[in-house]
Each structure stands twice: as C-alpha cells, then as structure tokens.
Design a binder for this molecule. Structure first.
Ligand code: NAD
Length: 260
C-alpha cells in the first residue's frame, strides 16, 4: 500500500512510464507525470488516472534535455505534495543506425535523455529523500544496460551508464534509507519499439515481419513480449518495505535473454 506516498515518473505520457504511473496510482500513490505530447491528451490522461484510482495526479512538462527543467520538476513534486518517495527515471528514446552513420545530434540526445537526465533527477531528489530518511530511486534501464545489440550504440552506451550510475547511488545512499535499483526489460510492445521495427528492417535489410520474429523475439527465449504487468510487479517490489535491502541491483525481466 503506497497511500500517502508521492511518485514522480519521467516519460510517463506513453508506454512503460504511463503503465508504471497507473500501477503506482492503483496502489495509492499520488503521482507526478512527465513527458512530451499533446497538452489535451496529457490532461485527459492526468484526469483519468486521478479518477480511476482516487489519487492526486499532477503533470510537469520538463524536457529531459534541460537540466534546469528537470530540477524544477523535482522541486514541483515537493511543492505540490510536500514530499517525494519514489523517483522512477524512465524517459528514453532510441535510434537505430550503424555507428559510422550515427547522427551526432542523435547520439547527444540519447546520452542526454537516457543517461544524463537520470543524474539530474536523482541529484535533485536525493536531498528531499534524505530529509525524509526514506526513498526509492528506480531507473528504467534495459537488457541493453547489460548486453549489446548492433546498431544501437548510443542507447547501449547510455543504458550501461544508467546501471553504473544506479550502482554508485546504491553505495552512496545505503545508510540513508534510500535504495537505488534498475529494471532491465527485454522487448516490451510500446510506441518506442513499434517505431524501431521499420528502422531495424532498413538497417538490416530484412522485412518488418522478420525483425519481430528473427531479431526481437529471437533474442527473447520465451518468445513473448514483456508485459506492463510483469514490469509493475518488479517495480512494486522494489518500492515496497520488503524491497528495503534490494539495493544496487539490475533486475532483468527479459524472458531469459541475458541468461544465454
Ligand atoms: P515510449 O516512447 O512509449 O515512451 C517514452 C516516454 O519518454 C514518453 O512519455 C516520452 O514523451 C518521454 N520522453 C521522450 N523524450 C523526452 C524528453 N526529451 N523529455 C521528457 N520526456 C521525454 O517508450 P517506452 O518503450 O515506454 O520506453 C520507456 C523506457 O523504457 C525508456 O527508457 C526505454 O529505453 C526503456 N525500455 C523500453 C523497452 C521496450 O521494449 N519498449 C525495453 C527496455 C527498456
């Protein structure tokens, strides 16, 4: 039961972040949403999560490319709710391309959004959590934080960085009642993955059907996409009291991908 707790989820206007915000709200947490998108759709999502679960839901539109906006988003959470218990850094983008053709601007954006924003959000949240004597920082990494795939150089570099950062925070905060862990999904069917199918087909010179069968689900021994419910199970464990000694870990939910 997360009643009375406050959770901030970056990149929660779509996909995994949205689903994790809904799961936290379903367990009683008040929510700060964040992410890009159409203002009307975001307001409708905000109102729906609040109504569905009887919790308070706010939205802050910080762009993860902008350190000042990230800091302001964390301050906004504390201003609105007086506390911050759970920080889920989830915002992320992908670009698939051979490294020698990799657009420099894409590299910079992926490192900034997928890695550096995780630092800025944690940096701002830690003083609040230290004052409370308790906090849960969870970073949505990826199996690509542990192993590589071709044509995803920036993403793999950023996600490996997220896991390194997660482990470092776990050590720094271990005596402050704050844990820091990473969740490492395999393939989850979200807009991020749907968009990659066409790009991967182009990069590898195969059809989109072959990408799903031979590239994506071939990597995942269960041959099943990971579901939001399966990710929420791990998240709810990590943020619970039972998760107090799970610290610095990278939980893989990848159908056995990294067991090979
Ligand atoms: P998605 O595209 O559905 O959602 C990404 C979210 O991040 C959106 O809310 C978007 O608005 C937000 N975002 C993107 N750029 C932003 C910016 N500059 N500032 C603020 N918000 C921004 O993607 P998803 O698949 O739900 O991915 C969520 C996280 O899970 C990412 O970190 C991704 O790397 C990771 N992940 C996804 C999969 C998968 O198979 N889908 C697997 C492993 C890890």
């Amino acid at each position: 039961d997360l009643s009375g707790q406050v959770a901030l989820i970056t990149g929660s206007t779509s996909g995994i972040g949205q689903a994790m915000a809904e799961a936290l709200a379903a367990n009683g947490a008040n929510i700060v949403l964040n992410g890009l998108g159409d203002a009307g759709e975001i307001e409708a999502l905000r109102a729906k999560i609040a109504a569905d679960h009887g919790v308070e839901v706010r939205y802050h539109g910080a762009n993860m490319l902008k350190p000042d906006e990230i800091t302001d988003m964390v301050a906004y959470a504390e201003r609105e709710f007086g506390r911050l218990d759970i920080l889920l850094s989830n915002a992320g983008i992908q670009h698939v391309s051979p490294v020698e053709d990799f657009p420099v601007a894409k590299w910079d954006a992926i490192i900034a959004i997928n890695l550096t924003s995780v630092f800025h959000a944690a940096r701002a949240a830690i003083p609040i959590m230290k004052r409370q004597g308790r906090g849960r920082i969870v970073n949505l990494a990826s199996v690509h934080g542990l192993v590589a795939s071709p044509f995803k150089s920036a993403y793999v570099a950023a996600k490996h960085g997220v896991i390194g950062f997660t482990r470092t925070l776990a050590l720094e905060l271990a005596e402050d009642g704050i844990t820091c862990n990473a969740i490492c999904p395999g393939y989850v069917k979200t807009p991020l993955v749907e968009n990659q199918i066409a790009d991967t087909a182009r990069a590898r010179g195969i059809s989109e059907e072959e990408v799903v069968r031979d590239v994506m689900l071939a990597a995942q021994p269960t041959k099943q996409f990971v579901t939001f419910e399966q990710l929420a199970g791990a998240l709810l464990y990590l943020v619970s009291d039972a998760g107090a000694n799970a610290n610095g870990t990278a939980i893989t939910i990848d159908g056995g991908w990294t067991a090979k």
